[in-house]
Design a protein around this ligand. Structure first.
Ligand SMILES: C[S@@+](CC[C@H](N)C(=O)[O-])C[C@H]1O[C@@H](n2cnc3c(N)ncnc32)[C@H](O)[C@@H]1O
Length: 293
């Protein structure tokens, strides 16, 4: 279970979720007509080694029994990750077309957009995460000779604490419009820490700023209890992951930002996937909120 001061690297605790979604992006990119492709995600899996590296191997037989290849959870999770990757890629393209040149990615993990999205050339991209996760990403891509397209700046912080000073210390300009990106983070912080993070983001957003935020739907109480109370970690699919999340009701991002004067629009991920003719997740996956002020 979590504690207020727990820490991790990219293979442990909450950090390992960055590898897990990178693995899902790799597999989703192998679909016929993929919704989104992240060609760099496989590099992280190979660098992490072990079972992660097998997931990057083009031979699917090597990982036939992996949960990400299972017909129920695996299929829907890959669709979820493909849908959200597409949503946030499109968001950043639109922000850049509108002239926003400052991007802040909260809980960047192994998000390699600063290296792979041509629209980010000429932008400053701040990536916030724990230091060990940022080190792993930078080291892996540097070893492969891959350079960022953007002016990429790492900000090693704990997003449960105050982090704006560190962002400003790395050159962030609160008087310039910003595109904030919050993907795959909120469920790993408490509802109070989420509200604090929203307040910080709101306070540092000049006119013309935008935010795109993913919110997952909490698990039904019975499923959460069943998963987290199973005797041994890993004895049931998802039990390790369930122990990492705060499965509590929390502020709805679209409502929170609307109430503070932002123009916010909620998009259900299931609707995105339905519109794209993709398999719908077995568990209701959540939604993205795009807001601008
Ligand atoms: C599921 S991954 C998502 C990574 C990335 N946004 C993506 O979608 O590929 C969750 C990330 O949140 C980061 N994270 C979670 N809680 C954090 C905290 N309190 N401070 C900094 N980073 C945090 C983890 O280190 C990890 O990289």
């Amino acid at each position: 279970m979590r504690s207020d001061s727990d820490d991790w690297d990219v293979t442990t605790g909450v950090g390992s979720t960055a590898l897990f979604v990178a693995a899902a992006r790799t597999l989703a990119g192998q679909d016929d007509e993929p919704l989104a492709v992240d060609p760099l995600a496989g590099l992280f899996l190979r660098a992490a080694g072990g079972e992660w590296a097998l997931l990057a191997d083009p031979d699917p037989e090597l990982t036939r029994d992996h949960i990400l290849r299972s017909p129920d959870f695996g299929t829907s999770f890959r669709a979820h990750i493909a849908g959200r990757t597409r949503y946030f890629d499109d968001y950043l393209r639109t922000a850049r077309e509108a002239g926003v040149a400052q991007v802040v990615i909260l809980a960047a993990g192994l998000d390699a957009r600063a290296y792979r999205l041509a629209c980010l050339e000429g932008a400053v991209v701040y990536e916030l995460d724990r230091p060990q996760v940022l080190d792993f990403k930078r080291g892996t891509l540097a070893d492969a000779g891959i350079k960022p397209l953007a002016d990429r700046r790492e900000v090693a912080v704990d997003l449960r604490d105050e982090w704006l000073d560190a962002l400003r210390g790395n050159g962030f300009d609160p008087s310039a419009p910003t595109a904030w990106l919050v993907e795959g983070l909120l469920i790993y912080i408490t509802p109070d820490a989420q509200d604090q993070l929203f307040s910080t983001l709101d306070s540092a957003s000049a006119a013309g700023s935008r935010a795109a935020i993913e919110q997952m739907t909490p698990l039904p109480r019975e499923s959460y209890t069943e998963l987290t109370e199973s005797e041994q970690a890993g004895d049931e699919a998802g039990s390790d992951w369930a122990r990492l999340i705060y499965n509590e009701p929390r502020s709805d991002a679209a409502q929170w930002f609307s109430e503070r004067g932002w123009d916010a629009e909620r998009t259900e991920l299931a609707d995105c996937l339905r519109a794209a003719g993709r398999p719908l997740p077995v568990v209701e996956p959540g939604r993205g909120t795009s807001a601008h002020r």
